[in-house]
Design a protein around this ligand. Structure first.
Ligand code: ADP
Length: 462
């Protein structure tokens, strides 16, 4: 039962992925085409050689017949005439025999001839003689030489004497060994080329199947990625409502709506509120990641003055900086500059970067510079005197959930998503972001956007 089930599963998989069927068909068809092509070429080659050798046999016939024509009736010396011309005959003429019919014209008696190996009439039946005589035409047959194992072409042709009468038959036997050797060489060479061809095709197909496997893996990865995105999106949405509920109940308890709490109770509620705020931040960050990844984040660019937006964010963060004893400063080195960005997302970028600078700095200053990077670009630098970032972490800093784990950062809460979101927002608005840092001394995050020339205000008509 199991093999049948396995076969069914395999068949279902193959049907679901027609590329496999295509590869399997190629495995059969391509080598078959190569084999058929080789076979057909060799056959053609053999046929051409056969025609050539038959022509040669007829030529030998005609030449010898012409040479001995005048001496046919001088039976006593006929053999010596024939032997005289043996010298001039090609090497592959194995036998030349002159035959005459007996009285009843049934059997043929050898009268003269030469044989390099043996008398042809020893290996060949007299049927061919009878047919050639009866039909008065040349008859050719290929036989296997029982001695050498090679092939012989035997051509029998009637001989006409000088009076125009049929004198008898001439039988030429040509060895096909050289021609067979040639064919064998061609077969060997073609087979070798075919074998290499088949191996190459099989390798290509194996590669094709491997690439198909990669495609399936990529497809599965994409599906898993989609599933993860959907899960994050749904989970974040579903978490928002209960967290808001928890937050409002905690505030009510903290404000004493259900009676006055003692010190210990108040401190627990404070901890619970801090944890809920972290949870809210995580959910908000996850929702943003999901929106950006699915291309659902809306961007509504407007022309803004970056200095004003930065000042507002710094005012909001001033309280936190003061709490830590940090000085937070804005140094605007150029005025009257504009950029085209989505103000909401630009604010988010600033909150993340200036917020991080405050978070990861325990003493000193956080300074924001606004400069003209060049004629066409504005650069915003967020410089702090904080814990800095180890060199080996800089490369992965903008990846999702990337956090530096050190003694200094252990107490600082975070999701590790802020910089990923910041980078995505900057790049989606046509900007660039860089970081440089010296561990233990501070960091500097730089954001660059195209500068927009301020349009002169048109004179208003009164
Ligand atoms: P998080 O919510 O953890 O702050 P981010 O994506 O904003 O997540 O930052 C990722 C990590 O980069 C942080 O956990 C911190 O280790 C490091 N980092 C970011 N900004 C600074 C900075 N100004 N100084 C030192 N480390 C920083």
């Amino acid at each position: 039962m199991k093999p049948v089930q396995d076969l069914r599963v395999a068949w279902k998989f193959v049907r679901g992925h027609p590329t496999i069927l295509f590869s399997m068909a190629l495995v059969v068809i391509v080598p078959l085409i190569l084999v058929l092509n080789t076979w057909w070429t060799i056959r053609l080659f053999q046929r051409v050689l056969d025609t050539q050798i038959q022509r040669q046999a007829m030529l030998v016939h005609d030449t010898l017949s012409l040479a001995i024509r005048g001496n046919l009736h001088d039976t006593a010396n006929l053999t010596s005439y024939v032997l005289d011309i043996e010298e001039t005959i090609g090497e592959n003429v194995a036998d030349y025999t002159l035959l005459q019919p007996d009285e009843g014209e049934r059997t043929f008696v050898p009268v003269a001839g030469f044989s390099k190996e043996r008398r042809v009439d020893e290996v060949f039946s007299s049927t061919q003689y009878a047919i050639a005589w009866a039909q008065d035409q040349a008859i050719a047959t290929v036989v296997k030489d029982s001695l050498t194992g090679g092939r012989l072409l035997i051509v029998t042709k009637p001989i006409i004497d000088t009076n125009g009468d049929r004198w008898g038959l001439a039988n030429v036997s040509l060895s096909l060994a050289p021609h067979d050797q040639l064919v064998q060489q061609a077969v060997n060479r073609s087979n070798a080329v075919m074998a290499v061809g088949v191996v190459i095709v099989l390798l290509l197909i194996a590669n094709h199947v491997r690439m198909f496997e990669y495609a399936v893996r990529v497809q599965r990865l994409q599906e898993a990625e989609q599933l993860k995105d959907d899960f994050i999106s749904v989970a974040s949405h579903e978490l928002r409502t209960p967290i808001t509920g928890i937050q409002s109940f905690l505030s009510m308890v903290d404000e004493g709506s259900f009676g006055v709490l003692n010190e210990e109770g108040r401190s627990y509620i404070k901890q619970a509120m801090t944890s809920t705020t972290q949870l809210t931040n995580l959910v908000e960050d996850m929702l943003d990641v999901s929106r950006i990844e699915q291309g659902k984040m809306a961007f509504n660019p407007r022309i803004i003055d970056p200095g004003e937006s930065i000042q507002r964010v710094m005012d909001e963060l001033q309280y936190k900086a003061k709490e830590k004893g940090l000085s937070l400063e804005l140094k605007q080195e150029i005025n009257d500059i504009s950029m085209r960005v989505d103000p909401h997302h630009f604010r988010r970028i600033l909150v993340n970067l200036i917020g991080n600078a405050v978070k990861y700095t325990s003493k000193g200053t956080v300074t924001v510079y606004v400069r003209a990077a060049d004629k066409k670009r504005v650069s915003i630098h967020i410089r702090d005197t904080g814990i800095g970032i180890p060199p080996d972490k800089i490369e992965t800093l903008f990846k999702k959930f990337s956090r530096v784990h050190s003694e200094d950062s252990a107490k600082v809460q975070g999701t590790g998503l802020g910089l990923w979101i910041t980078k995505a927002l900057v790049e989606n608005m046509g900007g660039r972001i860089y970081v440089s840092s010296i561990q233990g001394q501070g960091s500097e995050f730089t954001v660059m956007f195209d500068r927009i020339e301020k349009q002169p205000v048109a004179a208003q008509k009164t």
